[in-house]
Design a protein around this ligand. Structure first.
Ligand SMILES: O=C(O)c1ccccc1N[C@@H]1O[C@H](COP(=O)(O)O)[C@@H](O)[C@H]1O
Length: 204
């Protein structure tokens, strides 16, 4: 976490999906300590959830101390509306095919979430794993959609790593990027040098 802050990163993700290799227990004192340290370092704390009720997400967010909630499953739009009405910033993962996709598909999958006040997180459809696939999107397709939707807030995710994040930014015009597996070695364990290299490549 200190590597994120020292290198100029601005957020961390706390993953509350029990099937994920990155899962952290919301009841564990260690998770609360992690959250407090992130807050002291000025990092935004994003909770990653899959198919939890809005009430449970809000309760975990309040207990652990989160700044935003990332919906990365098949949640209904009502979950986002409910969280937004409670004042929580919401990021909605829009899961897209690996190959090229039409801007109309992206529009169809994202319009209601934008209308509900969500920030979009564009990721590859990882099936039952939901996220953390390490696979990249078709960046030209992302760029084609983004050019027509300049007022929409979005973040690029999906297989980003030190070796490709600069190319991804240049190809898509992303102003914010997110990664999970791309800064790990071995899988599931964050690697300080990869975090530094990722942020340097993204911001350089
Ligand atoms: O990381 C996970 O295990 C995960 C599980 C379930 C939902 C989301 C998850 N992570 C998110 O997936 C994207 C892409 O990950 P990657 O960079 O391709 O490894 C990432 O932004 C995480 O927020």
């Amino acid at each position: 976490m200190r590597a994120v802050e020292r290198s100029g990163g601005d957020a961390i993700g706390l993953n509350f999906f029990p099937n994920s290799v990155r899962y952290v227990d919301p009841q564990s004192p260690a998770t609360g300590r992690l959250s407090r340290l992130a807050n002291e370092l000025g990092l935004l704390r994003v909770g990653v959830f899959v198919n939890e009720s809005a009430e449970r997400m809000a309760a975990i967010a309040a207990t652990v101390g989160l700044d935003a909630i990332q919906l990365h499953g098949d949640e209904p739009i009502e979950s986002a509306e409910s969280l937004r009405s409670m004042g929580w910033p919401v990021l909605r993962a829009i899961k897209l095919p690996r190959g090229g996709f039409a801007a109309a598909l992206m529009q169809e999958r994202s319009a209601a979430w934008v209308a509900a006040g969500c920030h979009l997180l564009l990721d590859v459809d990882a099936g039952s794993a939901h996220g953390g696939s390490g696979k990249t999107l078709d960046w030209p397709s992302v760029a084609a959609w983004a050019q027509g939707h300049r007022s929409v807030g979005w973040t690029l995710a999906g297989g980003l790593k030190p070796e490709n994040v600069r190319r991804a930014i240049e190809a898509t015009g992303a102003v914010s990027v997110d990664t999970a597996s791309g800064v790990e070695c071995p899988r599931g364990v964050k690697d300080e040098s990869r975090i530094r290299a990722f942020i340097a490549a993204a911001t350089g």
